[in-house]
Each structure stands twice: as C-alpha cells, then as structure tokens.
Design a protein around this ligand. Sequence first.
Ligand SMILES: Cc1cc2nc3c(=O)[nH]c(=O)nc-3n(C[C@H](O)[C@H](O)[C@H](O)COP(=O)(O)O)c2cc1C
Length: 203
Amino acid sequence: MSDFTDLMRRRHTVRSFDQRPVEDEKLLAVLEAARWAPTAVNAQPQRILVLREPDSLDKVREFCTYGREGSNVSLAKDFDLPGTKHISLYYGAPVVLVVCYDRTACWSHPESGETSGPIDATIVATHMMLEATAQGLGSAWISYFDKDKARALLDIPADWEVCSMLYLGYPSAGERPAHASGTRCPLADTCFFDRVPTTDRVV
Ligand SMILES: Cc1cc2nc3c(=O)[nH]c(=O)nc-3n(C[C@H](O)[C@H](O)[C@H](O)COP(=O)(O)O)c2cc1C
C-alpha cells in the first residue's frame, strides 16, 4: 500500500475534539497544503478564514445550529460540548477553517459562465483535510451550517462565497469513527468502463 493510500484510509471524520491547541507549525502545514492545490488557470481564488479565538468559535456554535429542529437534533445532543450555551454541531474543534472563494477572482467558463470557484474551494479543502491527517490531526468537513448567518457573524465580504468548513484538532480520548465511516460502495456501483449502465441494472 502506498503512503498516500494509507493516509487516505486512515482519515475519517472526527466529531469529538480534544481542547488541546493545534501547534502553529501543524496549522501552517495544513494552510500550506491549501496553497499548493490546483485551481482553474491558477487563479487561487480561495479565501480561508482561520478561527481560533474563543469569540470566533462562539460564533461557529451559533451558525452551526442550523437544522436543530429537524432530524439532526439527536446528532447535536450526542456531539455537543458539555457546558456550552447552545446545542450545536460544533463538536468542540479548537480550530475552524471557513473555506470561501472570491467570486471576482475565479475563472468562469467563457460560454456557459459557470464559475470554477466551488470546485477550486473543494480541492483546496480536500488538500487541507488530507494534510491534517498527515500531521496527526483529526478533521471534519462541514456543510450543514447556516451560511447567511456565518457571513453576517464573521463579516465575510460580499464578493466571497462561503463553501464549507473544516473542523481541525486532536481527536478526544476515546473518539472512534462513526459506524458507517469505513464503508464504501463497491467500484461497480460508481465507476463505469466505456459505457454507462443500462437502466434495468439492479444496483
Ligand atoms: C461535502 C461534505 C459535506 C459534509 N458535511 C458534513 C456535516 O455537515 N456534518 C458532519 O458531521 N459531517 C459532514 N461530512 C462528513 C461525511 O458525513 C463523512 O465524510 C462521510 O460520512 C464518510 O465518513 P468518513 O469521512 O469518516 O470516511 C461531510 C462530508 C463531505 C464530503
């Protein structure tokens, strides 16, 4: 197994973090991985907001409560930090990276107008997630939060689109991957050689 294959398989979503701070060198290595990500025409439109101060993390607690009235309430209860003022999907991460892109800085397809920003930002976040594993850190990719609330609370500039968040830190003692974490569909369900599957194929 290559080092990279091993790294990919070791990574899992961490939903319970220790309060031990992340060393600056490790955080910088993660941010450096973002810098080396490929982006369309090398425009590098990613804008990454690094949140570490208690006031900033309090804001995350506020805007990741989105959906708390729905089916995620049980998830929130399981993963909330004891003693915090909100039920949230914050998981206690000491570092939160808010991954955005600048709409005015990214490439757009000349005919369709489709912008590369979301793809660029996704590749950037993936680089950071894998580098976090290489640095011995845990991470969680978060899409389930209120982006409008995040924009308002964090004063995100109008030209920036908020794409995702990455929670970062050391896993708490006893943290284990979620039950379904290590399961993946067989290749035959998702990859097709030369022709797409016929409609009567039973998956
Ligand atoms: C685009 C994307 C969005 C995700 N959003 C969330 C989220 O909002 N909250 C969460 O707890 N996990 C989130 N995850 C983590 C996935 O649930 C997780 O990657 C998946 O269940 C596979 O588990 P693994 O990462 O442990 O291999 C997200 C992952 C991706 C790639």
